[in-house]
Design a protein around this ligand. Structure first.
Ligand SMILES: [Fe+2]
Length: 350
């Protein structure tokens, strides 16, 4: 049984409408004043499926009451009751969100037909709202699933990259953990330089992979306790280009290629393989260059022991403008980026 709320200050009309609606199978509720109607709805005494609302009432105009009623019962159509002289007001009410209007004296057939139409409209409204909510929930689930899958894929990619990096380190016990520390130092430096999320991700992967080309450097050379010969130096210096050619076929690593190829370039142009100068070296590469050099200095090598933190910092400071981008070097020192290394990864050389 559909509850219908009648709001009208005319006692006789309220009685007639109530009787007609009750006899026609509805559940009528009546309110003589606007405030009573609001109170009935707010107290949930009546949760109307349809509201008949008089436009002219002594305490409050029905048109003023309309928005409040619509807010309290958004799915309940409101049918305005208007005197014959008020047709324009009835039209205005519909503009403001009323479903329809009835002219007094209300004809019984018209009353019932209008209420039934209003109830059909309400049913469609509720169904639409349900479908919209379902759709919204579906979209949200979908977005969440896509987000989760993307994160899983990223994790899988990162693990693949880490495994690749470990294959290099397996050849050279002196550089164990180097790629991971360069990753941590580079991304900490990148965050200090306020890089965006995508650049940080590229920086992270590039930093892990920067020495992948060492796969082509014979182990005896990597572990040599003494200076490399000229020929050996040439082989060693080929590792950035070799690394780039190893990764080039894999689309996913495309953005990391500059880091792999140019991480031994110097800011003043004296680096290799291409002798790039200053800003011609991409920003992410200049960041990895500082992180890589710092970790190399603070790690033990076959031909020397690890440098102290103070000595390494002094080297970074004096290399600003020659080996390193001076601004990046300055941020590295000022922000004490090495302190952000995981304890487990720390070289302990300070
Ligand atoms: Fe390298």
């Amino acid at each position: 049984m559909h509850p219908v709320l009648i709001v009208d200050d005319d006692d006789a009309l309220r009685k007639v409408l109530r009787l007609r609606l009750a006899r026609s199978g509805f559940e009528p509720f009546v309110a003589a004043h606007a405030d009573d109607a609001i109170q009935m709805i707010e107290s949930r005494t009546c949760l109307p499926h349809c509201i008949l609302l008089d436009i002219r009432m002594p305490d409050r105009n029905g048109l003023d009451l309309l928005p409040e009623v619509r807010r309290l019962c958004p799915t309940s159509p409101v049918v305005m009751l208007t005197a014959s002289a008020d047709i324009e007001t009835g039209v205005e009410a519909m503009r403001r969100g009323a479903f329809d209007y009835l002219i007094k004296p209300v004809v019984k057939e018209q009353l019932l037909a209008t209420i039934r139409k209003a109830l059909s409209y309400r049913k469609i409204q509720i169904e639409n709202a349900r479908l919209e909510a379902e759709n919204r929930e579906y979209q949200e689930n979908l977005e969440r699933k896509v987000h989760e899958r993307t994160r899983e894929l990223s994790r899988a990619h990162l693990q693949t990259v880490a495994v690749l990096a470990e294959t290099i380190e397996a050849k050279d016990p002196y550089t164990r953990g180097h790629c991971n520390r360069v990753r941590q130092l580079s991304t900490a430096l990148g965050r200090a330089l306020e890089l965006g999320r995508v650049e940080l991700r590229t920086l992270e992967y590039g930093a892990i992979l920067h020495d992948i080309g060492k796969i082509g450097v014979p182990e005896v050379m990597l572990n040599k306790n003494g200076r490399l010969t000229e020929q050996e130096t040439e082989v060693f210096r080929a590792h950035p280009v070799l690394g780039e050619s190893i990764l080039r076929p894999v689309d996913f690593f495309r953005d990391c290629l500059p880091i792999v190829r140019w991480h031994h370039e110097w800011y003043d142009g004296r680096g290799y393989p291409d002798g790039l100068i200053a800003e011609d070296i991409p920003l992410l590469v200049r960041i990895v260059a500082v992180a890589d050099a710092f970790d190399a200095m603070t790690s033990a090598r076959p031909y020397r022991s690890a440098l102290s933190l103070e000595t390494a910092n002094a080297e970074i400071r004096s290399g600003c403008g020659s080996q390193f981008d001076p601004e990046i070097g300055a941020v590295f020192l000022a922000r004490e980026i090495w302190k952000l290394l995981d304890d487990a990864e720390s070289t302990g050389s300070d």
